[in-house]
Unconditional design. Structure first.
Length: 214
């Protein structure tokens, strides 16, 4: 009886798309090297952002007689941009749900919506940068601005990479459909995109909100 229950549980697990994504290239169940390698990459990227946050923390009050965060930041605009990125995380979740159902068109549609939100986020960020530079708040103006531009621009560059990755996946899905390799890539992209959301929440809190209190 117990053996029959074990076999049934294994059969149900094998029928799950997530279970297949967790297999390695030889079908073993100890995890895909692709997923494991991407987790290692994310940890290294987290260390990069930790260093940037620490650097900004040291430089955040080094104004050199220049403008302060309270004088520069447009908090409602940044809050809007934060909402855009958080909503994009939700739409990517819908893409993953569509992938689990085997709905190719639904997966492509939600990926496209996510990419458009990403473009909107980067566009607002570029507008903010251009506005600051036009006011003379350039990276070389003070230590605070150097740390600010480096941290925020590095995150924006990551979002841009994510947008390009989404475009590549749209092409791959059109060519090969919901192939196992494409599903693994979408899972990695999902981790990357949600990771950027977490980092941005830190930026919004540590840079913008705390900056307005100084």
């Amino acid at each position: 009886m117990a053996d029959a229950l074990d076999r049934q549980a294994q059969a149900e697990a094998a029928a799950s798309p997530t279970w297949h994504l967790a297999q390695d290239d030889h079908g073993h169940g100890h995890g895909s090297p692709t997923i494991l390698g991407f987790w290692i990459y994310l940890m290294s990227d987290a260390l990069l952002f930790a260093a940037l946050f620490a650097t900004y923390g040291v430089l955040s009050t080094s104004y050199a007689g220049g403008p302060t965060p309270r004088e520069l930041f447009d908090l409602p605009l940044v809050a809007l941009n934060t909402a855009i990125l958080l909503v994009s995380s939700i739409t990517y979740g819908f893409a993953m749900l569509a992938m689990e159902r085997g709905a190719l068109r639904g997966t492509q549609l939600w990926l496209l919506v996510t990419g458009l939100f990403g473009v909107a986020f980067v566009g607002v960020e570029l507008y903010e940068f251009s506005h600051l530079i036009a006011e003379g708040a350039t990276p070389q103006r003070s230590g605070f601005l150097s740390g600010f531009f480096t941290l925020v621009a590095t995150h924006g560059l990551h979002v841009t990479v994510g947008i390009v990755w989404i475009l590549v996946m749209l092409v791959q899905l059109q060519q090969r459909g919901l192939h196992l390799d494409n599903k693994r890539s979408l899972l990695c992209l999902s981790m990357f995109w949600h990771f950027l959301d977490v980092i941005w929440i830190g930026v919004f809190t540590f840079v913008y909100l705390l900056g307005m209190l100084r």
